[in-house]
Design a binder for this molecule. Sequence first.
Ligand SMILES: [Zn+2]
Length: 397
Amino acid sequence: MTHPESERDAISPHGGVLIDLLVRGAEAERVAEEAVHFPKLTVNDRELSDLEMLTVGALSPLTGFQGEKEYRSILQTMHLPSGVPWTIPVTLSLTDEEVKRIGRADAVALASGEGAEPLAVLDVAEVYARDRESEALGVFATTDLEHPGVRALHEAGEYCVAGSVRALRLPEHVDFAAYRLTPAETRAAFRERGWRRIVGFQTRNPIHRAHEYIQKCALEIVDGLLVHPLMGATKGDDVPADVRMRCYEVLFDGYYPKDRAMISVFPAAMRYAGPKEAIWHAICRKNYGCTHFIVGRDHAGVGTYYGTYDAQKIFEKFEPEELGIAPLMFEHSFWCTRCEGMGSPKTCPHGEEDRVSLSGTKVREMLRGGERPPQEFSRPEVADILIDAMRERGDAG
Ligand SMILES: [Zn+2]
């Protein structure tokens, strides 16, 4: 279960041990045979992402879907009962019908769809009723059904099944195979490159000049940069994963030093939990071997549910040692025509009229019309990919 080499890394996994739930060799054969006889559960997209994250140790120290004691502890204290920080429960839903079907089975086989081969066996420790209101308030700070996370919570089953996971295989992915590094693999890649201080950058958007600037500011004080785009489920109106990946690749080709920056896929699904998700994202990146984590304004937010700086302020509620990974807080940045460079309100004394800043709506409007935003806002290569993608989508319907 443990990777002894992790002891030599610059940062230990959360809780001290990098978890690996994949069973191998003769044990894998035995588990696969057993799995045939267990009741089968189909997991949804979010749960499938969580299962993959659990399997590879991205959610270390968790070894399975969480039980009620942990669930309550996280919602009330932002810590596991063991005292380790944790802000979002990782649960597996059951509908009433599934609870009846599972009955008193000791274990269930988890699969991604009807007729699909089992991905894992969950050894059932308990089944408990969800507390939707506490969960909505504890994770999303709202019970508003317009919030995508709250809505997903209400659509999920009434019950949760908890227990440890024995994984047979990772979910199959047809895309970005070369970029799907596990935490053990990113840690190995950092060691190979001799990086001791690594900053992780979470993104679910194409990278424009503002985020490039923030990443490079951070990179100036560490050894390496991990651009770690989230590629699990997102809202329907977010830019599709393949288009985003093309943007990252063209940006890396043209503007990032190859020995100082790398891209890898973060298989998580978005919750849009704002501050709670910022902590959760940081903890996961610690498991991937990052020592620093960039927290911008509105991290993992949606709509107007969270204050601009809430995702930064929540880090103050934890002792730096208990998180381990160091958050690097950044302001909104922009090109200033008088500074003749990128800056932020922290570094540029000039006014709005000297700053090249465009709203998301304005940028989308320009791209849709086949027009590149100013090169001070967006690299032309990135703009062209987005223009093409909009055209293709437009053609398709
Ligand atoms: Zn300025």
